[in-house]
Design a protein around this ligand. Structure first.
Ligand SMILES: [Fe+2]
Length: 289
């Protein structure tokens, strides 16, 4: 079975690119790759960008870009998607070049999110230099993970686990609902989802992982002492991926999880688990989802 390899890029719509630049660079330690009046591209490793903020009226994540192994994997995934009733668009060479990838297809997930599958992401010839000295854990694990707040759980489960070939990591009970965490590489989860009635469907948070607890601590200080961003959840240790992290609201309203120290998993030996709490300690919610 062909598999998606990692989360390659995320595209965001926002009306305030300046706020995104300050937030992403000064707090998270991302580097500006390109800034025009209409878009802001941000790096966290050697790839030409990992986040793209496009000027728009809506606020939130509009595209998830998943990297696949190559052309053969892309064709297999297109066949599987079409067999399961998805309408897949083969994006033009120009559109792929604009994204900074070699070839790309796209479709809409059951929640209305645009999903792009691609291979051959461009590497920047210039070294990544974080303005805060952060070193991000990416590589095989992609840019990080996303947590999708959905209305209909089963179609999303079918898409990611049965069609795209993600593997189950574990479940966490959040009171009456539970979250499902899935992986496609050694990162404990690249894609998680939970049915959350009463809130708009969309990406609830994007997680970035760094290799140094002091980078997380200094960013936490900027939030607590300099109001760099509204704190959404206090510092804490997650139960399932054991990430030490905190959450802030991004300029677009959805959250960013910023952490370190998560476990990686090996498909040969991994057994899915279930937890009755999302964290061992901390992660006190400071505001509603
Ligand atoms: Fe997370």
């Amino acid at each position: 079975m062909s598999e998606v390899r990692s989360l390659g890029y995320v595209i965001i719509s926002s009306g305030d690119l300046d706020a995104w630049e300050t937030f992403a660079c000064d707090l998270l330690g991302l580097q500006v790759a390109e800034k025009t009046p209409d878009r802001l591209r941000l790096r966290n490793d050697e790839k030409i960008y990992r986040l793209e903020v496009v000027r728009g009226e809506a606020e939130g994540v509009t595209v998830l870009g998943w990297e696949v192994q190559g052309k053969e994997a892309l064709e297999d995934l297109v066949t599987r998607l079409e067999t399961n009733g998805y309408e897949v668009t083969r994006d033009s060479t120009e559109a792929a070049r604009e994204r900074g990838v070699t070839e790309m297809v796209s479709f809409t997930d059951p929640e209305g999110m645009r999903v792009e599958l691609f291979y051959g992401q461009m590497v920047d010839k210039n070294k990544f230099i974080s303005p805060t000295g952060a070193n991000f854990l990416t590589g095989d694990g992609g840019l990080g993970h996303v947590f999708h707040l959905v209305h209909q759980e089963e179609p999303i489960r079918h898409l990611y686990l049965d069609i795209l070939g993600f593997k189950l990591s574990d479940y966490i009970d959040f009171g009456p609902i539970y979250g499902t965490f899935t992986h496609c590489n050694p990162r404990h989860h690249s894609y998680a989802f939970a049915p959350v009635p009463g809130v708009p469907s969309g990406i609830g948070h994007i997680m970035f992982e760094v290799d140094d607890i002091d980078i997380v601590g200094r960013a936490y200080d900027k939030v607590l002492k300099e109001n760099a961003a509204p704190l959404a959840m206090s510092l804490g240790r997650h139960s399932n991926d054991q990430m030490l992290s905190f959450y802030v609201n991004s300029p677009s309203g959805f959250q960013i999880e910023y952490g370190t120290g998560a476990i990686t998993i090996d498909d040969e030996t991994w057994v899915p688990k279930r937890y009755d709490v999302p964290g061992f300690w901390g992660h006190e919610r400071q505001m509603p989802v």
